[in-house]
Design a protein around this ligand. Sequence first.
Ligand SMILES: *Cc1c(COP(=O)(O)O)cnc(C)c1O
Length: 235
Amino acid sequence: MKQSNPDNTRAEVLRQNIAAVRQGIAEAAERAGRQPDTIRLMAVTKTVSPQDVNTAIGEGITLLGENRVQEFLSKREEYLSPHEVHFIGHLQTNKVRQIVGEVAMIQSVDSVHLAEEISRVSQKKGVITPILLEVNIGRQETKGGILTEHLPSLLERVSALPALRTEGLMAIPPQENAAYYFAKMQELFIDISSKKVDNVYMSTLSMGMSQDYKEAIQYGSTLVRIGTGLFGGRK
Ligand SMILES: *Cc1c(COP(=O)(O)O)cnc(C)c1O
């Protein structure tokens, strides 16, 4: 008699989730008149077991998003190759040393102070760190990200820092009226691109999560960050 192996069942569920999200990206891209391959799919791995992360890597998802420094450092040895990690969580300046050189990008830079520390540590380690500037587009007091009125001075500062390369913007808009905030992010992204600031390359617009990635794609997202839509609910 055939026994069902719970690990295979779990992997099968993840494969179906991955296929469904890829399909969703393709459909949203088509509606927006965009090529699906201009949108990167990131698997957000907070609370997810390394085994499940590896199932995703096995299915060709090579971009991982990590929120927590300790969790990332304790799990990463178990991750299969190839994969690329972006840090997407709130980053305290005293943890910058543990992250610089260990991830391909830091998406959550939201202050001059943090940018300066990342550049200082990067210079010390002899690396250039690609970053995104996180914008608090919904002006939510409890959330990370810089307010739009402070963005010009942050841009001016990161432009001058030697060991950073600014590659775009990131946002986590409020769930209510997400489309309105995605549109505002797209405007900002286009506006900054047109200014041609030294050392600032607007190539990545990171926005859209499980609940709203299709709308984000409508407004120009180039990188969607999906957790529950791939791995199911978090504990
Ligand atoms: C958790 C998280 C996500 C993914 O959220 P889901 O709703 O589970 O898809 C995306 N971006 C950031 C910054 C997150 O912290």
